[in-house]
Ligand binder design. Structure first.
Ligand SMILES: Nc1nc2c(c(=O)[nH]1)N[C@H]1C(S)=C(S)[C@@H](COP(=O)(O)OP(=O)(O)OC[C@H]3O[C@@H](n4cnc5c(=O)[nH]c(N)nc54)[C@H](O)[C@@H]3O)O[C@H]1N2
Ligand SMILES: Nc1nc2c(c(=O)[nH]1)N[C@H]1C(S)=C(S)[C@@H](COP(=O)(O)OP(=O)(O)OC[C@H]3O[C@@H](n4cnc5c(=O)[nH]c(N)nc54)[C@H](O)[C@@H]3O)O[C@H]1N2
Ligand code: SF4
Ligand SMILES: [Mo]
Length: 682
């Protein structure tokens, strides 16, 4: 790989997928006349092996979509629907923003400014590098990055000490694979490829989900479950494992704390009790527990679906205890993955420079964006959004939009497209795609680190996040060296991390030569975990001190009144969150936004498949098309995908109009899947 890829008009160039997806595929970009004309998988990538998803195979249409933003703009019409924008220069854009911010900082202080971002591009210098330095230097309000996996990550950490799990490449050796609350066929396709290899060697595949989607259909055994009850199922399995002596006593003694307390504690989770809670028949519960207790190696892939609930943190904490009971962590390919991000942790302080912040600032939970914009005192008077589209993806969308509509809120949005959020902006800035930038990428599932160098020229006048923050720093008069570092400096500083020996060989120079490298990860066992005891904590004193039950526990979802259906608005196959929801090709592949419901429920409401329904609660409403059948249990309805306001289907499928902005039990997490709704024929 060489830095002159931009200059070469034709050829095939290495790249990495920048999307927020565990697989982090190695890619090959085909260029003709300076344009990327084809994207395929890199066959030399050991994990992703040349296979990529349909979304990214069709991504060139997005890169050169004629709706892609080319130059900065200012708003001239009203905010939101009906907004209009006029082209301005970068000089004017930066001057407008920094003039406003200087005034605001002088009058109200920097906490009146809120950066809002997520991982629309997983490149680390662009999503948690120069941006963090800039807002630290400014002293702006801090965002709690809680919209995705934070509840489950915290829950898993209480049990295992951090995001450390099985190396996915080893999972081909498993004889039992449980996909638990993950729609892996759509969201982690290479885990499915690895499971297919294991299946050829005799492995059984079990899927536990609230919805029999493509992943459930692919399973050898699909187990439907009432949403929000998975902790009870896991505790029911533990009850049987202890009762029938399928536990690995030696492993428990050597590597865990609290197994005796746990043995006592799970006696209350009798199969009949668990069955009544989960909807899983008693026979199936025994069959599952015995299968898990008697098959080795066994591997559990813990998805994000189970933790987007009020009880999500405790649920993941509980499931994460299972592999310890049968000693799976020392079996090749056994164990579990919730996330593996901690193995590849780079030097975060060196990249983010918290030392630039002279005064502590308030922290704002991103799941509470709507109420924060509407209710905080002192108020937020400026919002800077990048790498995210909160008007579509954040919970309680109507509140978010009401906040964005405030006339006294100065909003800047930096994106590749005029998103739903950008329509509320005062200033819109055009962003480069990841293939136009330098950045490094580290998967949160496999164990490889990638370097991306620019392959194509910036589209129009678009700029990378890092470049915009350098301009903003200059405009603000911040002279700190840290705000002038080059892209290469940033990557070098982040990868120089004596605290993580797994990255010892992974340097900018080595990556320049090899493009991607596997970290030298030490096996978890034998070894000290990063829990307080250094062992797997089946009993956690730390949790007890924080007011949680010390042992894994089933905590029912809160009561949302007598609305008849629990509503699960999950991701779909052809979009990635709201990315691709604006691209015609992807929308066409996805067809229309549906509402999956049980045929008995449909019949009782007089509904048949294909009919339009109104779905509503006190937070808002949306319109979806019924798909009746046996894919979900009675009392549950499921939609898939975050559809654009302007979807070709003319949909009014803003599913987040219905989702609660309650905060989950841990990590300030989101509760997208714990809301209830009414459904009726339109
Ligand atoms: N194609 C595609 N891929 C993606 C994404 C995308 O939007 N589209 N998004 C990316 C991102 S940011 C993330 S975080 C991941 C998310 O991907 P996953 O980890 O797969 O999580 P979800 O798709 O949110 O939910 C997974 C499953 O949980 C089920 N579910 C919901 N509630 C419950 C419950 O209480 N119990 C059980 N057992 N199941 C439940 C849902 O029906 C769904 O099938 O995918 C990433 N990859
Ligand atoms: N109902 C419901 N809501 C959900 C979920 C769900 O399952 N159900 N899932 C939640 C989850 S898990 C997540 S992670 C969030 C994700 O939500 P977001 O992080 O908002 O993800 P996207 O919708 O993909 O938006 C990313 C935006 O970043 C832009 N972008 C891409 N690259 C760059 C870049 O280099 N620079 C800049 N400035 N912009 C860039 C893209 O064009 C896109 O508009 O959504 C959450 N919302
Ligand atoms: S979205 Fe996921 S599966 Fe698709 S190319 Fe990117 S990393 Fe691979
Ligand atoms: Mo996510």
């Amino acid at each position: 790989m060489h830095s002159s890829m931009i200059e070469q008009e034709n050829g095939v160039f290495p790249a990495v997928c920048s999307l927020d997806c565990p697989d982090q595929c190695g890619l090959l970009l085909h260029k003709e006349a300076g344009k990327i004309v084809k994207i395929e998988g890199d066959p030399n990538h050991p994990v992703t092996q040349g296979a990529i998803c349909n979304k990214v195979r069709n991504m060139t249409a997005r890169l050169y979509d004629d709706k892609r933003l080319q130059y900065p703009m200012k708003r001239v019409g009203p905010k939101g629907e009906g907004s209009r924008f006029e082209r301005i220069s970068w000089e004017e854009a930066i001057a407008t923003i920094t003039t406003r911010w200087k005034k605001q900082i002088a009058e109200e202080g920097p906490e009146s400014i809120l950066p809002y971002s997520f991982y629309g591009n997983m490149g680390r210098i662009g999503t948690e590098g120069m941006d963090r330095r800039f807002f630290n230097r400014m002293g702006a309000s801090r965002l709690l990055y809680s919209i995705c996996e934070s509840a489950g990550t915290e829950g898993y950490k209480y049990t295992m000490g951090g995001s450390f799990g099985t190396d996915p490449e080893e999972t081909v050796h498993a004889k039992l694979i449980i996909m638990w609350g993950i729609n892996a066929v759509s969201t982690n396709m290479h885990q499915v490829m690895l499971a297919e290899k294991a299946r050829k060697n005799g492995a059984q595949i079990v899927v536990i989900d609230a919805h029999k989607n493509q992943t459930g259909r692919w399973a050898d055994w699909f187990i439907p479950i009432m949403p929000g009850t998975d902790a009870a199922l896991a505790l029911g399995i533990m009850h049987i494992l202890f009762a029938e002596d399928h536990v690995d006593e030696a492993f428990l003694r050597q590597y865990t704390v609290g197994h005796e307390e746990l043995r006592e504690h799970v006696q209350q989770y009798e199969p009949s009790v668990v069955s009544a809670i989960t909807g899983v028949p008693v026979e199936d519960l025994y069959r599952l527990a015995r299968l898990y207790g008697q098959t080795s190696p066994s591997f559990i892939r813990i998805g994000n679906g189970i933790q987007h609930h009020d009880n999500g943190g405790m649920c993941v904490r509980t499931i994460a205890c299972l592999p310890a009971l049968t000693g799976q962590w020392i079996q090749r390919g056994g164990g579990a993955i919730k996330g593996n991000g901690a193995y590849l942790e780079h030097n975060i302080p060196a990249l983010q420079r918290p030392d630039l912040r002279v005064k502590e600032a308030r922290q704002i939970n991103m799941n509470l964006l709507g109420s924060s914009l509407l209710e905080l005192d002192p108020p937020i008077h400026s919002l800077y959004v990048y790498n995210s589209n909160p008007a579509l993806v954040a919970p309680h969308a109507n509140k978010v939009r009401e906040g964005l509509r405030r006339e006294d809120l100065f909003t800047v949005v930096h994106d590749l497209f005029l998103t739903e959020t950008a329509k509320y902006a005062d200033i819109v800035l055009p962003a480069t795609s990841s293939f136009e930038n330098t950045d490094f990428y580290r998967s949160y599932w496999h164990q490889y680190v990638h370097l991306q160098l620019p392959v194509a020229r910036p589209y129009g006048e678009s700029k990378a996040n890092v470049d915009v923050f350098r301009l903003l720093a200059a405009g603000m008069g911040y002279e700190d060296e840290a705000l002038q570092d080059t892209d290469e400096d940033l990557v070098r500083q982040a990868l120089n991390h004596p605290g993580n020996p797994a990255l010892a060989n992974i340097t900018y120079d080595n990556l320049l030569e090899k493009q991607f490298m596997k970290a030298e990860v030490k096996p978890l066992f034998p070894g000290e975990l990063r829990t307080p005891s250094g062992k797997i904590e089946l009993y956690s004193r730390e949790m007890e001190e924080k007011g949680y039950p010390a042992l894994p526990t089933y905590i029912p979802l809160p009561d949302e009144g007598d609305l008849p259906f629990l509503f699960i608005p999950a991701p779909n196959h052809n979009f990635l969150n709201s990315t691709f929801a604006h691209n015609e090709k992807h929308v066409r592949m996805e067809k229309t936004p549906k509402l999956h419901m049980n045929e008995a429920d449909a019949a009782s409401l007089g509904l048949v498949s294909g009919e339009k329904v109104r779905v509503w609660n006190t937070r808002g409403e949306c319109e979806l098309t019924v798909a009746a059948g046996s894919d979900v249990l009675p009392g549950v309805v499921v939609s898939q995908g975050l559809w654009a306001d302007s979807a070709a289907s003319g949909s009014k499928a803003l599913v987040n109009a219905l989702t609660p902005d309650r905060v989950a039990d841990m990590g300030g997490g989101a509760t997208f899947f714990s809301g209830r709704v009414h459904v009726a024929k339109l």
